[in-house]
Ligand binder design. Structure first.
Ligand code: DHB
Ligand code: MG
Length: 220
């Protein structure tokens, strides 16, 4: 028992992975392929993938929008957990990363449930709002570029239905959010969106201190 959150030591992180990870062969292969890339740390950990997947299941998600696909680990984690009529839309501007994602989604047999839009995340949000209106998505995962996080959030909260979820990645920014010396615009945007969500009476929210910090918000 603890009155605060324990930092996860390497020993405990190893315990969690060894004793609780359920990762398909396809996801493991994709993780190993992604580890070869220079920006491998942009991918989510397998534990976070498992967390996102279970969160989507708990919320009864059938339509999931991800901002920031990278090599598709998060999209495949969630797509694998949705019912057979569930759909994932994700966005990515790099053809190199999207090609890896498609290859592994196909291998896993989930390519027909995931659509990748090769466009800026903000444009994808605006188009979905234009085409389908408000309250149509079950869950939006905000990742991608950090500076537009406040803009992503304002659109996401309109796009999800009442009872739907918004998850925000990198809420800790590797500890930068609590470091006064970190004055980067990206970190400031994450601080700003955190306070915005806390003070937004359209949602209930919590910051889950796993991985790099994940804000979960549920639209009222
Ligand atoms: C970075 C971005 C991410 O979205 C992430 O999950 C980890 C790291 C980055 O910009 O370094
Ligand atoms: Mg991220």
């Amino acid at each position: 028992m603890s009155l605060t959150t324990l930092g996860l030591s390497a020993t405990m992180a190893d315990y969690v992975r060894t004793n609780t990870l359920r990762e398909s062969e396809a996801l493991r292969a994709l993780r190993e392929r992604t580890a070869e890339l220079e920006n491998a740390n942009w991918s989510m950990s397998p534990e976070q993938g498992q967390f996102m997947a279970l969160t989507a299941q708990i919320a009864g998600v059938k339509s999931y929008l991800e901002l920031g696909c990278f090599t598709g680990y998060g999209a495949l984690s969630v797509a694998s957990a949705l019912p057979s009529d569930g759909r994932v839309i994700t966005c990515e501007r790099s053809e190199e990363y999207a090609a890896i994602a498609r290859e592994y989604w196909t291998r896993a047999g989930f390519a027909d449930r995931i659509e990748v839009r090769m466009e800026d995340a903000l444009r994808v949000l605006d188009k979905l709002l234009d085409e389908h209106g408000e309250g149509v998505m079950d869950m939006v995962f905000i990742d991608a570029d950090k500076k537009p996080y406040p803009d992503y959030y304002q659109r996401a909260v309109r796009l999800v239905r009442p009872g739907g979820l918004i998850a925000v990645d990198n809420a800790f920014r590797g500890g930068g959010v609590a470091d006064p010396a970190d004055t980067s615009k990206a970190t400031q945007a994450i601080r700003d969106v955190t306070i915005t969500i806390r003070d937004d009476d359209r949602v209930d929210m919590v910051l889950v201190p796993i991985a790099d910090g994940i804000i979960l918000a549920r639209k009222r």
